[in-house]
Design a protein around this ligand. Structure first.
Ligand code: PLP
Length: 418
């Protein structure tokens, strides 16, 4: 009986540091996963840690007895692991259920007290924010907040000067993503922080897609609030964190027993916190090396696709100012959803636009905001690489992808026949 499973070995040295044992993730042999921006598999080292905690620690961290105390220690250690990766203080970490909750807590937590005082607080976001930010703002708008949505350039970038000219006396919060989930393009948060800080305005960044892909030092970055999510960094789904600079005051969204310093009540998700903590420790031991490896694979993939398909693909987003793992492209004369379905038949997982918006057929809102035509936006694809992407997988993807694209071009009435 043929063994359908393959084990990718993460050899010692791929991730340097204290993890010298062999780490393996099980992948189905024939499937190609290039959708790491949607979610990542749980790292076996993270899984091992979670399993141990789940087996050995069921105490409530708030209990002062001999079952509660070790549980409280586990929460403390996870807080230290997450804060260490951000160059933050442990007490500045508020664990949440993920990126969406972190974003909601940051935005609503800042704005609610202003609304309660009958003011009309002003917020600045970009036109390409994730729905967790964009929809929170739409809700706050319905309650009386005023929102400015900054446009982005055709390459997906945003200039700090745009923020400078949008600031008003009533501005209480600027919320801009660090890296875009579809294009990977980075925003100049450090430059923007210099502007907001001098005016006493809070700056939040949704760092869900940047975290784990580029190094983040909150002290150097200068922001006040930063959202991260576990399932984008090889920890499980259902855990994330909001980092908030000490001294920043937020209105909690969940009221109850006062856990997480009163900011997020509810008995702690011990397994999730452990997983996120361990994921951060792993990232801390090899992010630069791993980032370079992934970038080289990404660049190889891009140039192979461009060469094989006669330069007919259109790549989106700034070529340099982006995270190392993401490719956003459009294939002229082909509908992205149709292409996705053909790729799926070959067991290839990529994404048309962001995973959160797939199912909608108007083309990617992010690309539309970059001024890309609706035809090209509808033919767009996001390819995102990660920890277990190999050269063999990339080459196999290129071969299968180009075959499918040529086949679809051949039957497309729009494709110019030569
Ligand atoms: N922010 C960005 C930029 C994202 O890409 C995502 C998820 O795709 C989120 C927020 C939401 O995170 P979560 O899935 O943990 O709620």
């Amino acid at each position: 009986m043929e063994n359908l499973s393959r084990y990718f070995l993460l050899g010692a040295g791929t991730l340097a540091g204290p993890f010298t044992f062999t780490d393996r993730v099980q992948m189905d042999s024939d499937k190609i996963y290039l959708d790491y921006n949607a979610t990542t598999p749980v790292d076996p080292r993270v899984f091992k840690e979670i399993a141990q905690v789940a087996r050995e620690n069921f105490g409530n961290p708030s209990s002062s007895h001999c079952f509660g105390r070790p549980a409280a220690e586990i929460v403390k250690r996870a807080r230290q692991q997450v804060s260490a990766l951000l160059n933050a203080e442990p007490e500045e970490i508020c664990f949440t259920s993920g990126g969406t909750e972190s974003d909601n807590l940051a935005l609503k937590g800042v704005v609610f007290p202003h609304l309660a005082k009958g003011r009309k607080p002003h917020l600045i976001i970009s036109a390409v924010e994730h729905p967790a930010v964009a929809e929170s703002c739409r809700y706050l708008e319905s309650l009386g907040a005023v929102i400015t949505r900054l446009p982005v350039a055709e390459d997906g970038t945003l200039a700090a000067a745009q923020v400078a000219s949008a600031l008003k006396d009533e501005t209480v919060l600027v919320s801009l993503m660090l890296a875009n989930n579809e294009t990977g393009v980075l925003f100049p948060l450090a430059e923007i922080a210099a502007l907001t800080r001098s005016r006493g305005i809070l700056l939040h960044t949704d760092a869900v897609q940047a975290f784990g892909k580029v190094e983040i030092d909150v002290k150097a970055l200068g922001v006040d609030l930063l959202s991260i999510s576990g399932h984008k960094v090889y920890a499980p789904k259902g855990v994330g964190a909001l980092w908030l600079r000490s001294g920043v005051e937020l209105e909690p969204l969940l009221h109850g027993g006062g856990q997480e310093g009163g900011l997020r009540s509810g008995t702690e998700n011990l397994a999730g916190m452990t997983g996120l903590g361990m994921a951060c420790e792993i990232l801390g031991s090899g992010m630069a090396v791993e980032g370079l490896r992934i970038q080289q694979l990404r660049d190889h993939l891009e140039s192979e696709l461009a060469a094989t398909l006669d330069q007919q693909l259109i790549f989106h987003g700034h070529r340099q100012l982006r995270v190392p793992n993401t490719i956003s492209l459009s294939i002229p004369y082909i509908d992205g959803e149709a292409l996705l379905a053909h790729l799926d038949l070959e067991d290839i997982a990529v994404s048309a636009g962001s995973a959160c918006s797939s199912g909608e057929h108007q083309g990617s809102p992010v690309l539309r905001a970059m001024g890309i035509s609706s035809e090209l936006a509808q033919g767009s694809l996001r390819i995102s690489l990660g920890r277990w992407t190999t050269r063999a997988e990339v080459d196999s993807f290129v071969e299968k992808f180009t075959t499918i694209v040529r086949r679809l071009w051949a039957i497309s009435p729009l494709y110019p026949k030569r």
